[in-house]
Design a protein. Sequence first.
Length: 88
Amino acid sequence: MSTDRRAKIRAFIEENFLFREDTDAIADGESLLEAGLIDSTGILELVAFLESEFAISIADEDIVPDNLDSIAAIDAYVARRQGSSLAA
């Protein structure tokens, strides 16, 4: 599931924020903010996508770089949220 989830996250970021041809150049652990790929408005778009695509709810206090600054961090965060939804 993680591979599929990560692929969906990567596809969304590439389609909506990556305006360069070398799409493979963005590593899973690369900071989206430091690379200039995403800004505060983009974070809101990303949150809306994650909530609708993965049926999770993202609290305001969870909108921090530790959770949303790289493809790997986003994937891990979504996995945790989905796990906590299943446990509830």
